[in-house]
Design a protein around this ligand. Structure first.
Ligand code: FES
Ligand code: FES
Length: 215
């Protein structure tokens, strides 16, 4: 058991040791300062958006959705959940539909991106856009750009013979049924519940594009 004298000695020794160690620390200005947590790291990304080459300097944390909406002012793609759960942000990248809120812009260097703005114009609507308008395939319209972009991709997927979870025979040409449309569009949520009309619109466009219906 140490005596109180021993403890005082130990405390003094501890103080001497601490001061010695502090003297070895370089002055504040000589140390490398870590970057504050919020300081952005910028990087250049170049991609083709709706047929137009775009190159810009962005925070490396920028999602593709934010790049489109905040940097290129292409606000057709919507931010619904920002968690990959609603499909409102759906865009086509190099021929494949993705949720643009779930991917960083820098991951798509050199890619071709198609947004709802790249499908048609108010004076020359894409057939899918026209079908949605014709059948009132929306109510508030917030999910609609993602629905249309996704639906265009669905037709391309079926045309390419890509089966889905409900395809009965994956060795046969894919038939675009209502079940196929509902399954393939299940990643696009409509809080207004316009699903049945959306199916009608997609079915009609598939009907005017016979090549989509194989077999
Ligand atoms: Fe991207 Fe909902 S905003 S999936
Ligand atoms: Fe309102 Fe789909 S039309 S969320």
């Amino acid at each position: 058991m140490p005596s109180s004298g021993d403890l005082k000695m130990n405390r003094r020794e501890l103080m001497v040791g601490t001061c010695t160690a502090m003297a070895a620390i370089p002055p504040l200005g000589a140390r490398a300062e870590p970057a504050p947590a919020g300081t952005p790291v910028m990087s250049r990304v170049s991609l083709n958006v709706n047929g137009q080459g775009r190159s810009l300097e962005v925070d490396t944390r920028t999602t593709l959705l934010d790049l489109l909406r905040e940097h290129l002012q292409l606000t057709g793609s919507k931010k619904g959940c920002d968690h990959g759960q609603c499909g409102a942000c759906t865009v086509i990248v190099d021929g494949v539909r993705i949720n643009s809120c779930l991917t960083l812009a820098l991951m798509h260097e050199g890619s071709a991106v198609t947004t709802i703005e790249g499908l048609g114009t108010p004076d020359n609507l894409h057939p899918m856009q026209a079908a949605f308008v014709k059948h009132d395939g929306y109510q508030c319209g917030y999910c609609t750009p993602g629905q249309i972009v996704s639906a265009v991709s669905v037709l391309a997927e079926v045309k390419a013979g890509i089966p889905s979870h409900v395809t009965a025979d994956i060795t046969a040409p894919v038939q675009l049924s209502e079940a196929e449309i509902r399954e393939r569009m299940s990643g696009n949520i409509c809080r207004c519940g316009a699903f049945s009309i959306i199916v009608v619109a997609v079915t009609e466009v598939a009907g005017v594009q016979p090549a989509v219906r194989q077999g």
